[in-house]
Design a protein around this ligand. Structure first.
Ligand SMILES: *Cc1c(COP(=O)(O)O)cnc(C)c1O
Length: 488
């Protein structure tokens, strides 16, 4: 299997090369040259690890079966709190696919548990000897999940930049208390888009690459621009479908809709990839918060970044530049890199682009919806009152949009809401939605939320309040590069 850049399909790489590079030299994103077809009808009762092997092996043909199975086992054999890894739970008339039972209590663990192993494996395949420096911009959850994955990993170091005032207290403490001689964490004055844009610039800066190369270091990315991060996310769509069958909700071949709380468009794109591989997925419901740029895009075909940025209770979706949309555009225009390159150039210059009429046919697989802050809080409260379950604000956004979708479109095919974070990662928003505003610190609310609701706190967050802050530096956007060099 080879991978080509969305902006120039003459640039083709093996999986190992694409994973180590992260982003293509022309700033395009790597995509598989074709989607392998994978049936589901013989899959009853497969473990998560086995499903992962079935899904990943056709994409990662350079790795031997034994080495791929070993990587999968290292990633999912421990570190998850429940045996199913991604349990599928009924809440009212919908199923929630819980992707937050891993090391950092958010869905980023699904891919970042395995990415370090894929990178190490890629280095082995290519017999590369450089040290890998992972450079990551985070809206809150990727940072910690990547730190967990790469801390103490031999031959690697990891540098994480997060928007200083754009993450929850729990997210911040998770990152600033990270142990590991090879971990570096910095708060930045700016929002996630500013940070991500700067990181992307640094990635494609030849001078930076050269300076680091002279020091024996290769830069790579743990963001979902890295194809090695995206592929493992296809697995849980297959697993969810299989569990829907096992639970008697559907029969093989029936279509299932998925509602996905969306920011950088990585999670939902993995669902689209699963559909390309033959998984019977009906509609992919793209749920946004008040930063509803994707809702507007699916409605009008215009992606317009010239708009106000809102800070919301679902910060991992406070994004106006959804990087992975580029991969969808590539499919939608019939894999014409020239069209994608032009659109991206337009965006670079004017922060706006428009999709052609032809492309809109592909977008019919998606439905865009959004949820206001008030509706998010109401949904958290209502779900708790009716079903006695706590859901986090990101999941609440998806739930609300899924309910709206069914009502407005009258499509009652079975719905799976993709549940992306533990409610305890966002204890203030969840607590105040149910019990009213509180002056207390987020960590105190975390404990009180658990006492009042009898819902247990994930193992990875139990001692959050007592964790010592190790990383307390912050910087301006234009200082990020200096901090990277200082972290070598
Ligand atoms: C990252 C994240 C999202 C958004 O996922 P994308 O792949 O960036 O669209 C949603 N919810 C949570 C909790 C996240 O951490």
């Amino acid at each position: 299997m080879r991978y080509e850049s969305t902006r120039n399909n003459m640039i083709q790489m093996t999986a190992a090369e694409a994973i180590l590079q992260g982003i293509a030299p022309d700033r395009g994103l790597y995509v598989p040259v074709e989607f392998p077809k994978l049936d589901v009808d013989f899959w009853t009762g497969l473990s998560y690890e086995e499903t992962a092997y079935q899904v990943l092996s056709p994409f990662l043909t350079e790795f031997s079966e034994a080495s791929l199975r070993k990587m999968i086992h290292k990633a999912y054999g421990h570190g998850f709190e429940v045996e199913e890894i991604t349990p599928l739970c009924g809440i009212g008339s919908m199923k929630h696919l819980e992707l937050f039972h891993g090391r950092t209590a958010a869905f980023k663990d699904m891919a970042l548990s395995i990415l370090p192993h894929l990178m190490k494996g890629s280095e082995d395949v290519l017999m590369a000897k450089e040290k890998i420096m992972i450079l990551t911009a985070t809206s809150g959850d990727t940072g910690k999940a990547a730190l967990e994955g790469f801390a103490y990993a031999e031959g690697t170091s990891i540098v994480v930049f997060y928007p200083k005032d754009g993450v929850s207290e729990v997210q911040k403490r998770q990152m600033t208390s990270q142990k590991g001689y090879n971990t570096f964490v910095y708060g930045v004055d700016g929002n996630f888009d500013d940070v991500q844009t700067r990181v992307k610039e640094i990635f494609v800066d030849d001078d930076v690459r050269k300076t680091l190369k002279d020091r024996g270091i290769r830069l790579s990315s743990a963001n979902s621009i890295n194809i090695g991060r995206l592929l493992p996310q296809i697995v849980y769509y297959y697993q969810a479908y299989r569990m829907m069958v096992d639970q008697g909700e559907i029969q093989y071949g029936d279509e299932v809709n998925f509602a996905v709380p969306t920011g950088n468009f990585g999670n939902i794109l993995a669902g689209f990839y699963a559909k390309q591989m033959g998984l019977p997925i009906g509609r992919l419901i793209c749920a946004s918060n008040e930063n509803k740029i994707l809702y507007d895009f699916f409605k009008t075909g215009v992606y317009d970044g010239n708009r106000e940025f809102f800070r919301t209770s679902s910060p991992s979706m406070d994004i106006l530049i959804s990087s992975n949309l580029e991969r969808l555009l590539y499919e939608a225009c019939g894999r014409d890199p020239k069209i994608v390159a032009d659109m991206m150039e337009a965006f670079q210059e004017k922060r706006i682009f428009e999709a052609s009429e032809d492309m809109k046919a592909t977008f019919a697989d998606f439905y865009g919806g959004y949820c206001t802050e008030e509706e998010t809080a109401q949904t958290i409260e209502r779900v708790y009152r009716e079903s006695n379950e706590l859901i986090d604000p990101h999941t609440a956004v998806a739930r609300k949009v899924a309910e709206d979708y069914q009502r407005k479109v009258n499509d009652f095919r079975p719905m799976v809401v993709v549940s992306t974070a533990s409610p305890y990662k966002f204890s203030r928003a969840v607590y105040s939605a149910i019990f009213g505003e509180s002056e207390d610190h987020d960590f105190e609310l975390l404990k009180r939320l658990s006492d009042k609701t009898n819902c247990s706190v994930p193992y990875s967050l139990k001692d959050i309040a007592s964790r010592v802050e190790i990383h307390n530096k912050s910087c301006a956007i234009d200082e990020m590069l200096a901090y990277i060099f200082a972290s070598c």
